[in-house]
Design a protein around this ligand. Structure first.
Ligand code: AP5
Ligand code: ZN
Length: 216
């Protein structure tokens, strides 16, 4: 299956992507994770992306599309994938459609995680990420994170640079202006399914898997 997860920052895309990708046995491809890996390795791509990420802005389409083109050409993505955080603009969506059409295929489904701004702010301000295994935690909802150590691998947890209040506000503005139009774009293609992303993580996963089942 070729699936896209879309939704505001903090909607739970990364959290749900891990479960859904495992359920579908497809690779999870997160543009945010790829950019962050490049930032921490100090690559030229990372140096360029960091300027935008720290400001809560989107990285330019051309840079992002080229990066995804390369990643989708890897063998593990040939039979299916879950894209988390891409596409994020209408030009990115059009480029993805073209790229897949050139390969003789197309997206199957786009899942929108629906959650309001107050919940997004609550989720992002408490988010912690494991430096070892990348697992996403929350200080309020995952009691073990108070020790600052990952429950799964024992490595330390860190707070993302772009989870500061002013950067979160800018990311929400970028989402409303540039990414929200994708709901109409994919709605018009008949590929969009909306998922209520409020409530416990496990409940959201059940709704997402149910939606995949009804898709077939
Ligand atoms: P990216 O990493 O994609 O960030 P984002 O879209 O802002 O999404 P987040 O990772 O912040 O949130 P999420 O929805 O994955 O939520 P999570 O599961 O972590 O992108 C970062 C930056 O990279 C962008 O700003 C941009 O600069 C650049 N970039 C990336 N892709 C790009 C593109 N295509 N084009 C241009 N630029 C691009 O959950 C959040 C928190 O909530 C966690 O603490 C989690 O534990 C908690 N949580 C999750 N679900 C629940 C629940 N049900 N109940 C309670 N808590 C929950
Ligand atoms: Zn870990």
């Amino acid at each position: 299956m070729r699936l896209v997860l879309v939704g505001p920052p903090g909607a739970g895309k990364g959290t749900q992507a891990e479960f859904i990708a495992a359920h579908l046995s497809v690779p999870k491809i997160s543009t945010g994770d790829i950019f962050r890996a490049n930032v921490s390795q100090g690559t030229p791509l990372g140096v360029e992306a960091k300027r935008y990420m720290d400001a809560g802005k989107l990285v330019p389409d051309e840079v992002t599309i080229n990066m995804v083109r390369g990643r989708l050409a890897e063998p593990d993505a040939a039979e299916g994938f879950l894209l988390d955080g891409f596409p994020r603009t209408t030009p990115q969506a059009a480029a993805l459609d073209k790229l897949l059409a050139d390969l003789g295929t197309a997206l199957d489904l786009v899942m929108e995680l629906v959650v309001d701004d107050d919940e997004v702010i609550r989720r992002l301000s408490g988010r912690r990420t494991c430096r070892g295994c990348g697992k996403i935690w929350h200080v309020e909802f995952d009691a073990t994170t108070r020790e600052g150590v990952c429950d799964r691998c024992g490595a330390d947890l860190f707070q993302r640079d772009d989870d500061k209040a002013e950067t979160i506000a800018e990311r929400l503005v970028e989402y409303a202006h540039k990414t929200a139009p994708l709901v109409d774009y994919y709605g018009a293609q008949g590929k969009l399914v909306g998922i209520d992303a409020t409530g416990p993580v496990e409940d959201v996963t059940v709704r997402a898997i149910d939606a995949l089942r009804s898709y077939g």
